[in-house]
Design a protein around this ligand. Sequence first.
Ligand code: GTP
Ligand code: MG
Ligand code: ZN
Length: 211
Amino acid sequence: MIIAPEPKPDLYLIDKLYIYCILNRIEPILIINKCDICDQAFLDDICQQYYFLKIFVISAKNLINISSLKDYIKSSICVVSGQSAVGKSSLINSLIPNAVQNVQELSHKINRGKHTTRVNEIFLYEDLKIADTPGFSSLDLNIEYKELYKYFPEFLDYIDKCKYLNCSHIKEGNVCGVYNAVNENKINKSRYDRFVYMYNKLKEEWEKKYD
Ligand SMILES: Nc1nc2c(ncn2[C@@H]2O[C@H](COP(=O)(O)OP(=O)(O)OP(=O)(O)O)[C@@H](O)[C@H]2O)c(=O)[nH]1
Ligand SMILES: [Mg+2]
Ligand SMILES: [Zn+2]
């Protein structure tokens, strides 16, 4: 999963991609690209929100930290995913000589309103197997809303403090361990807000299907 300071990260997409990985037994790793234009506050915030993930801070364009990433992913089959223009193709180019994936300026993309990469393509080089994908912005998850909290690993330390066994961690207020942990800054508030948003979305879909 790749993000960058530009385009503005869609962390809701990252949250969903993370769940998608867990559901499909894929090891998720987070790559923060364009570290040449990242400020420390941005990095600190992302690292705090995703402390439970393996994170690489790189620059595909300036070849910063590419070799440590390469070491980590060698011998596995990898797929890069993320919004358009975060630098997925640039990353492939930095890892694999002769890959020559098309890369395009963000401003051009906006003007044209389409993705530069149009196909999924896998590159094999030495012990690397890595697939480029077109950037995307939507992803549907097939999970029950009541199970959603299980995919927020930072909640798991607090759910035994919930008063009710069937706590939704949404509206129980101060008898919910998760809610209290958010108020005590032990759980990141942005992550919690996206949990609530995702929960309501899933619940709405579930009700449409089964009610
Ligand atoms: N400053 C900076 N810019 C970068 C870096 N990596 C990539 N870029 C720029 O980001 C823009 C988009 O890069 P791409 O590699 O085409 O992005 P993509 O994720 O493949 O985009 P799609 O194919 O549309 O999904 C290009 O202008 C790149 O030059 C980096 O490390 N630093
Ligand atoms: Mg691309
Ligand atoms: Zn709760």
